[in-house]
Write a protein that binds this ligand. Structure first.
Ligand code: PLP
Length: 396
């Protein structure tokens, strides 16, 4: 063909991480058919949806089969009932979010990837290691990225003092609690970023997908707990980890009406973007999401979250016992551990697979800063996590 493609795609690193993990595990299982491999690599939930959520989805689906209650295209920004429920969710967290500022989507990943559509060429600041979508979507747009390093010294919570770029208006991505490190900013840590954004005229894109795992009181559940954030922050969240919606698909973005780039209203741009390129989330899914945010729904989701948190606690206790440095495990389903002396993250992956048949995720899949770290997830079953802890005891 005689067309030009987006040449920026050539600059994206191939996403070989999970395919390479899959290939190594398959090869091991073929050579060792008797082995019981425990998978603790992928960040997907495993518990089924709470009954109240399923019931709401079934009821809504049945409504679609009856003339009087059938619905066609949903509103692009979400049904009022769900935007209201999300606004109430924020009120329960102690902050005020206008339902009109809530944009319902088919998941946080779409919004995180699509938000670049409404932003021009900017200095982009991204923590390393981190969820790869921020980096790749900015590379696709040809943006220049400055990385702020998560390290053992800063507890994988990159600090402003490590920022090497210019102090100019930038787009800053923050993810707290973080994937993959499980580290979460406390109010002071997050306030420093908000203050910086206000001083420099920057925009923070705050990914709170793991908010529901927070149990420490000094960790904010939303960036809007921080004064000044309504002037500098977009928040993107998801039903995936909170309510087990990874296969159902629903999330949301909050863009306060107070966000301005010069005289441009950021929310107005997103409204235009969504109305042009997105046709909304299906009615049954939005009813299911609404049910997850009801009092009974939250209680049911909590049972699942507590189950995963208990798994995370088993893993953290082991690492505490062994004196191994790690982050996460407390306000997060992820445990991010330092590899033993002399091991890179892939070497440690092979060691665990070959010696104790445990599959985790090599840290370098999340950025250079992860090359000596390893992510283990708590999203598996209690029985498998317990068994994994026993096996790990023997070799750590
Ligand atoms: N943000 C982070 C930090 C994630 O780890 C994930 C998924 O693993 C997502 C967003 C994607 O969420 P969703 O399933 O709503 O697209």
């Amino acid at each position: 063909m005689n067309i030009r493609t987006n040449e920026n795609f050539a600059n994206i690193k191939p996403t070989y991480l999970f395919s390479e993990i899959g290939a190594r595990v398959r090869a091991y299982e073929e050579a060792n058919p008797e082995a019981k491999v425990i998978r603790m690599g992928i960040g997907d939930v495993t518990l089924p949806l709470p009954a109240i959520v399923v019931d709401a989805m079934v009821k809504a689906t049945q409504e679609m089969g009856v003339k009087e209650t059938f619905r066609g295209y949903p509103p692009e920004y979400g049904y009022g009932f769900l935007r209201d429920a999300i606004s109430i969710h924020y009120a329960n967290l102690g902050v005020s979010v206008d339902p009109e500022s809530v944009f319902v989507s088919d998941g946080a990943k779409s919004d995180l990837g699509n938000i670049v559509d409404i932003l021009g060429t900017n200095q982009v600041i991204i923590p390393d290691p981190v969820y790869p979508v921020y980096v790749d979507s900015n590379i696709m747009s040809g943006n220049h990225i400055i990385y702020v390093k998560g390290t053992k010294e800063n507890g994988f919570l990159p600090l402003l003092s490590e920022l090497k770029g210019e102090n100019i208006g930038s787009v800053i991505y923050l993810c707290s609690p973080n994937n993959p490190t499980g580290a979460a900013y406390d109010k002071t840590g997050l306030k420093a970023w908000v203050d910086y954004a206000l001083e420099t005229g920057s925009l923070i894109i705050y990914d709170s997908a793991y908010e529901a795992f927070i149990s420490d009181e000094n960790i904010p559940h939303t960036i809007y707990e921080i004064p000044g954030s309504y002037e500098c922050a977009i928040e993107i969240c998801s039903f995936s980890k909170f309510a087990g919606f990874t296969g159902v698909r629903c999330g949301w973005t909050v863009i306060p009406d107070t966000l301005r780039a010069g005289s441009v209203n950021i929310a107005a741009l997103w409204r235009r973007r969504q109305a042009t390129k997105f046709n909304g989330v299906s009615y049954p899914v939005q009813r299911a999401a609404e049910a997850a945010l009801s009092d009974e729904g939250i209680k049911a989701c909590r049972v699942n979250i507590d189950y995963y948190k208990n798994n995370a606690a088993l893993l953290s206790e082991l690492l505490d016992e062994k004196g191994i440095f790690y982050t996460g495990g407390k306000n997060s389903p992820y445990v991010w551990m330092e590899c033993p002396e002399g091991f890179g993250s892939w070497e440690f992956f092979d060691k665990l697979l070959n010696e104790v048949q445990i599959v985790g995720t090599p840290g370098e899949g999340f950025g250079k800063g992860g090359d000596r770290y390893f992510r283990i997830t708590a999203f598996g079953s209690y029985e498998n996590t317990k068994e994994a802890v026993e096996r790990l005891k023997g070799i750590l």
